[in-house]
Design a protein around this ligand. Sequence first.
Ligand code: ATP
Length: 251
Amino acid sequence: MSAPAIAPATVVDGAVRDDDLLRIEAVDGGHGSTAVLFGVSLGVPRNGLCCLMGRNGVGKSTLMSTIVGLLRARRGRIVLDGEDVTKLKPYERARAGIAFVPQGRDCFPQLTVMENLRVVQEARRDLDRGAIDEALDLFPRLRGLLDRPAGFLSGGQMQQLAIARALVTRPKLLLLDEPTEGIQPSIILEIEDAIAQLKRSAGLSILLVEQYVDFALRLAERYAVMDAGRVIDAGETAALEDGHVRRLLAV
Ligand SMILES: Nc1ncnc2c1ncn2[C@@H]1O[C@H](COP(=O)(O)OP(=O)(O)OP(=O)(O)O)[C@@H](O)[C@H]1O
C-alpha cells in the first residue's frame, strides 16, 4: 500500500504573526510512529498570553512536548525570539528561555519547597539567588511552607511551586499545561492573579493549555483551538463573540 499523501499545512488567519515571541510554523509531530500533529501553526505574542484549547486527546500536550524538545518536530519550524530552536536539545531550549510546567506539576516530593527551588538554581550557574525571591514574591503562600516536603503540599500549593520553579530560570516563554486541573476554586483565583501579574512583568510570554475556558479567556490576548492534531480556529480574544469557543469545543 502506498503512503498517504501529506496534506499541505493550512495556517488559520490570526494564529501566528511575524513579531510573535514564539512562532510554531507548520509543525508535524507525534509519539514514535504515531502521528499526532499535522501542520500546526501558532504564535505567542510578546508579553502576552495565548491560550490553547481543545478537547481531550487532540494533541495539546504533544505540542507542548514538541516545543520544549521532548518530542521531535518531523516537519516545520519552531522559532523563539528570532532563533530557530527546532533542532536544539531540551536543555538548550531551556537556556534559550523556554520553561515548561507540565500536567502533573513535576516537583520532587521528598525535597522541601526551598530545596525544589534551589535544585533548579544550582543546576544553572547563570542564575542568582534573587530569582528565587522573585518567584516567591509571586506566591506568598509558599513562603510559609519553605521547609515542607513538596509531597505534603495540596494540589494548588504544588501547582504554585511548579510555576515558581519554572520562573527561577527567568524564562522568556512559560508553557503551562492545565494549571487548574484538580485544584480548588480559591487557589485557582490565586493562580489566575499570579499569571496576570506575570504578564504585566516585562519580558514574559505565556502559552497556556487550559480546559477551563473562562479562566483561559480572562487571561489571554490570543486564543487557538485544536481538533484532531490541527489548529481549527485562532485569533484575538478581544474580537471573540460570546460562546464562539464553547461552540467549537462542543464540536
Ligand atoms: N506516549 C504516547 N505514545 C503514543 N501516543 C500518545 C502518547 N501520549 C499521547 N498519545 C496520543 O497522542 C494523542 C494526543 O494526546 P495529547 O495528550 O497530546 O492530547 P491533549 O489534547 O493534551 O489531551 P489531554 O487534554 O487529555 O491531555 C492522543 O491520541 C494520545 O492517545
